[in-house]
Design a protein around this ligand. Structure first.
Ligand code: FAD
Length: 418
């Protein structure tokens, strides 16, 4: 696209050193961009992977170093200038420059905003107590880890992925864990009732007190620390500490101040371009105006989406074809269960299960007009690979073929192609 104008003298600046920003930086060089690449990141470490924060890292099964997404040499070899521990405070679109918190400024020709998001705060009285924690960064886990002692009472507000993953780690460590979810079921925002029922059962069997339809109304503290979590109605829950996992607020303030279109995310087109043709947005902070695969407006919070948009932006800036949009996918690890999900199940008409939830090894397919629109797989790695293709290629399959474990899923792809 802008190949001619983006020569060796041009600069691409990236704001945000998460997986989206880190991936875009090195991909630009792989795509033979010859100019200057600058990545400015507020955290004091190289881009790292957040998924293990609520899983293996919280459980102390892996060290901090193992979180690092790419070694320092990858950025050195790609000649990416890393400005870590530095925050961009403003974007001056007229002069195409960034203003940093230390007063430094950076000119750019193209700008990639990859500022991610922050944990959504719970706006109820008492929520500023010292022992109320959130989970988004390494620093957050380092506050949480010393509290994870057997016998302690942990109340988790929010029965989404982060809350349930922490519950699994904590109950395994011998903590008394309560999960409070305001919706009628856990994982309500992301999966179908059958999957919610399965995970509620698994957690209860492991000893977690899962309460749904419970709304937290405030916290009662003693000496600045929460002692009781108060709920609408009469119930309250004693706690030694509290984790709030109720979702994410996208970091869009910079874009808003700069006058870009923002609607629960920086609105971008299929090339990840914002309402300013020289500014792109990728990852958790970006709102797809029309997701190429889902054909709807959506903001996606997942590593695969962050990496896919990094590929898109690198292609777009270097004038290469935009990669095809894929069906979104996600994973979650709880206990010895590996959940992998592809597509979006909302609007499904039929649910078909292959395998046995009791074993536990199964895959749930969601069908609409006979087409597989989504699949949730538990401990079925091979089947999940095939399911990604079945969903991605919008395959129409008779439910009886899906439930029959003797029919390899791969053969359904072949049959559909024939
Ligand atoms: P981020 O990782 O949030 O990175 C953005 C970076 O930008 C941050 O370092 C931030 O400090 C920096 N920044 C913000 N503003 C500025 C500024 N003004 N100047 C400079 N820097 C700035 N996804 C999955 O697919 N599977 C999982 O199992 C999974 N588990 C997760 C578990 C947890 C506990 C969390 C928190 C997330 C999980 N996710 C998972 C989501 C996934 O980690 C995110 O979708 C992904 O990290 C998004 O990457 P990003 O680069 O867009 O944003």
């Amino acid at each position: 696209m802008d190949k001619a104008q983006l020569g060796a003298g041009s600069t691409v600046a990236i704001i945000g050193g998460g997986q989206a920003g880190g991936e875009a930086a090195t991909l630009l060089r792989q795509n033979r961009f010859e100019g200057r690449i600058v990545l400015i990141g507020e955290e004091d470490c190289l881009p790292y992977m957040r998924p293990p924060l609520s899983k293996a890292f919280l459980a102390r099964e892996i060290a901090k170093d193992a979180l690092i997404y790419k070694a320092a040499t990858a950025y050195e070899n790609a000649r990416v200038e890393m400005r870590l521990n530095a925050r961009v405070d403003d974007i001056d679109r007229r002069d195409k420059r960034l203003i940093l918190n230390d007063g430094a400024t950076f000119g750019y020709d193209k700008l990639v905003i990859a500022t991610g998001g922050r944990a959504r705060p719970l706006p109820v009285p008492g929520a500023d107590a010292r022992n109320i924690l959130y989970l988004r960064t390494i620093a957050d886990v380092e506050l949480l880890q010393p509290l994870m002692q057997a016998g302690k009472r942990l109340v988790i507000v929010g029965g989404g992925y982060v809350g349930l993953e922490v519950a699994a780690v904590a109950v395994k460590r011998g903590l008394a864990v309560t999960v409070l979810e305001s919706a009628p079921r856990v994982l309500a925002r992301v999966t179908a009732p059958a999957m919610s029922d399965f995970y509620e059962r698994i957690h209860r069997e492991a000893g977690v007190d899962v309460r749904t339809g419970v709304t937290v109304s405030g916290f009662a503290s003693e000496n600045g620390c929460v002692a009781n979590v108060l709920c609408a109605g009469w119930e309250s829950f004693a706690a030694d500490f509290v984790l709030i996992g109720i979702g994410l607020v996208p970091n869009t303030e910079l874009a808003e101040r700069a006058g870009l279109d923002v609607d629960d995310g920086i609105v971008v087109d299929a090339a990840s371009r914002s309402s300013d043709p020289d500014i792109y947005a990728i990852g958790d902070c970006a709102m797809h105006a029309q997701h190429g695969f889902l054909q709807r407006k959506i903001r996606i919070e997942s590593v695969p989406n962050a990496l896919e948009q990094a590929r898109t932006v690198a292609a777009s800036i270097t004038g290469r074809p935009i990669p095809e949009a894929l069906a979104p996918w996600f994973w979650s690890d709880q206990y010895d269960l590996k959940l992998q999900m592809v597509g979006l199940s909302d609007g499904y008409e039929e649910l078909v299960i292959r395998g046995k939830p009791e074993t536990p090894s199964f895959i749930a397919f969601y069908l609409k007009d006979g087409v597989i629109i989504a699949a949730d797989s538990v401990n079925r790695f091979g089947d999940f690979m095939a399911a990604k293709r079945l969903v991605g290629e919008r395959i129409k399959v008779a439910p009886s073929r899906l439930t029959d474990d003797s029919v390899p899923l791969k053969s359904l792809l072949v049959a559909a192609a024939a």
